[in-house]
Design a protein around this ligand. Structure first.
Ligand code: NAG
Ligand code: NAG
Ligand code: NAG
Length: 416
């Protein structure tokens, strides 16, 4: 009796420190962050092929890489906004069924693998950021950039296409994201990775994950934490095609960037999906016609964006015509609710060039509640699914307000 007990005590004494070291590092599963739309830097360079519509726009030609997104001081005058819009635009080529930069504009995403490229999308003006507070909170919790915390910025003007269709930029991002997740795991003793996303980054990451074989997901993904993901688009996704998108910069006229916004593949992703909004419920109402999520193609044609109908029907609808498939890995969705959100746009006549009336419903101020929680029923059939609703917090406030950040950090660190 005595000897085995002594032996046991000795073994415990030897094993205890090692166990606690292991326990501490076991808690530190690496995190890969995928930011939301227009949250990270984009560089551009203008080659000889670039044909600017005014000489001033060609000033940077031949002068190497510069920060196209975001440089707020370049957007303070209308001429700068027009220049930015022209260089940010993309072109859909029906023959090759893919999107491209305009000729002569080359782009790249700096700092892939790190959170540096999205702490401040404009490092010269730190008043604007979506991700900074979350990154800071993760650092306070002990995560280190490049060691236990990694960033996956991307060219948010592009998206991916359904399997079998070309998507040069999106496919390259998915290949890079796969390598990053594997590297994050390898650098941390083979531990699985927690993938944390905001908004559009969540829809994109879901497309990435659902295309990975189940054994890969189970090997590499510890938990998926999509924050404020618009699973079935948003009613305002239709409206932004009409009003333009000023990228949340109050001094930029959204209409000045409407053509640019309309040219992007990613602009078709937030369109409301029939799987979530139904094929009959009117979302945009005019005097003589109602447009529902089942009639987005009709809406695109009616607003003068007929050229987007083909890509919408072949490249977007197949991805969002049904509810997102469950991933069979642990998931914590964190969403803001209880903030007035546009549920229907009401145009008094048939003219879209007027300010519409807005019928307001529940959501996070941008994304409708129905879309935020769309995956709840099907995904909660798996055992490891959580839908955490944070009352009274907006789509971007969820990354700013402490009570919301506390919840996000808790879900990231939640044991499986
Ligand atoms: C930002 O834009 C301003 C105005 O066009 C320019 O002077 C400045 O060099 C730009 N900054 C960067 C980092 O490119
Ligand atoms: C549009 O939908 C509303 C609400 O369902 C309905 O009252 C209206 O008659 C519809 N208008 C047209 C032109 O179909
Ligand atoms: C929601 O937020 C608004 C604005 O911050 C505040 O005035 C209101 O009291 C809040 N309501 C609840 C129920 O927390």
């Amino acid at each position: 009796m005595t000897i085995p007990l002594l032996l046991l005590l000795l073994l415990l004494a030897v094993a205890a420190p090692r166990r606690s070291v292991q326990a501490a590092s076991r808690q530190r599963h690496p995190v890969v962050l995928v930011p939301g739309y227009a949250s990270n830097e984009l560089d551009a360079r203008l080659t000889e092929l670039y044909r600017p519509s005014s000489p001033r726009r060609g000033e940077r030609k031949g002068h190497g890489w510069f920060r196209l997104f975001l440089n707020q001081s370049a957007l303070h005058e209308p001429a700068g906004v027009r220049c930015f819009g022209e260089q940010m635009s993309t072109v859909y080529d029906a023959a090759s069924d893919d999107y491209y930069n305009v000729p002569g504009v080359e782009t790249r995403v700096p700092s892939f693998g790190s959170t540096k490229g999205f702490r401040y999308p404009d490092p010269d003006d730190k008043s604007f950021s979506y991700m900074e507070k979350l990154v800071e909170r993760l650092e306070k919790a002990g995560y280190r950039d490049g060691e236990t915390m990694f960033g996956a910025p991307y060219d948010f003007r592009y998206a991916v296409a359904p399997a079998g269709r070309p998507s040069r930029v999106g496919s390259a991002f998915f290949r890079a994201l796969k390598s990053l997740v594997e590297r994050a795991s390898r650098l941390n003793g083979g531990r699985r990775v927690t993938i944390v996303t905001h908004s559009y980054g969540g829809t994109l990451a879901h497309q990435f994950l659902v295309r990975r074989p189940l054994p890969w997901r189970r090997r590499f993904v510890r938990r998926f934490v999509p924050v404020a993901a618009p699973w079935g688009g948003l009613v305002l996704g239709m409206q932004v095609l009409l009003s333009g998108n000023n990228l949340a910069l109050p001094f930029v006229d959204p209409l000045a960037l409407r053509q640019e916004y309309r040219s992007l593949q990613s602009s078709l992703w937030p369109l409301p999906s029939p799987a979530v909004f139904g094929a009959a419920q009117p979302l945009v109402t005019t005097k003589s016609r109602n447009y529902s999520a089942g009639d987005v193609a009709g809406f695109l044609a009616a607003i003068g964006l007929g050229e987007a109908v083909g890509p919408y029907e072949s490249r977007v609808l197949p991805l969002f015509g049904t509810l997102p498939a469950p991933l069979k890995v642990p998931v914590s969705c964190v969403v803001g609710v209880g903030v007035g959100t546009a549920e229907r746009m009401v145009y008094p006549g048939d003219d879209f060039d007027v300010t519409p009336g807005v019928v307001v419903g529940d959501g996070d101020g941008l994304v409708n509640l129905a879309s935020l929680v769309a995956v709840e029923t099907t995904w909660s059939r798996g055992r490891h699914f959580r839908m955490v609703k944070v009352p009274n917090v907006s789509h971007t406030g969820i990354l700013v307000e402490d009570r919301a950040l506390d919840i996000i950090i808790r879900e990231i660190q939640r044991a499986n």
